[in-house]
Design a protein around this ligand. Structure first.
Ligand code: MC0
Length: 140
């Protein structure tokens, strides 16, 4: 069901500073920047690699307000890995299959994600403490 790691989401206080860090230390390149009001984030995707099933990225996330998912995470835990996004072929079908196995779905239906993707989150408490995102990409 999981095709690849689409992205690793990293929470940070200052997006511009963190982009500069990933560019200068790892030589990554920003391929997209978006503000997602619904998710309460300003984010950048940095391309890591291409594979048979599509590309993978580091996604840097800065909260738009303290009272958002990433804002609360930063206040509680500080900067670090916020979630893992896995590529799936069909996010609606994947949600159905995973939900049927008793895993709590944060999103019953897909939402709008980075770079035109359809995304849905699974509750970290049912995935061993890992906030898990399913990503049906519109890109290849
Ligand atoms: C919270 N918890 C986490 C966590 N966030 N555990 C692992 N990883 C995370 N990222 C844990 C807390 O430590 C707490 O555990 C419990 O979950 C409840 O957390 P809370 O602080 O009380 O907050 P809630 O319950 O209001 O919200 C947590 C929840 C929320 C995961 C449901 O953050 C959410 O709906 N996230 C999905 C949306 C999201 O993250 N959007 C931002 C990225 P204890 O043990 O202390 O009770 S948007 C994105 O990435 C898009 C743009 C994209 O990829 O394209």
């Amino acid at each position: 069901m999981l095709l690849r790691i689409d992205h690793v989401g990293v929470a940070c206080h200052n997006l511009e500073e963190k982009i500069e860090f990933y560019e200068s230390v790892f030589g990554l390149t920003v391929v997209s920047r978006e503000v997602n009001e619904e998710q309460g984030v300003r984010e950048a995707m940095l391309h890591v690699a291409d594979g048979d099933q599509g590309a993978s990225y580091v996604q840097l996330l800065e909260p738009l307000h303290p009272d958002t998912a990433v804002g609360k995470f930063l206040a509680k835990r500080g900067e670090g890995v916020h979630h893992i996004g896995y590529g799936v072929a069909d996010v609606t079908k994947a949600l159905e299959e995973i939900g049927a196995k008793g895993v709590r779905l944060i999103d019953e239906r897909p939402r709008h994600g980075s770079m035109g993707a359809s995304i849905a989150f699974l509750h970290p408490k049912d995935v061993g403490g890992v906030l898990t995102e399913l990503v049906e990409t519109s890109r290849r």
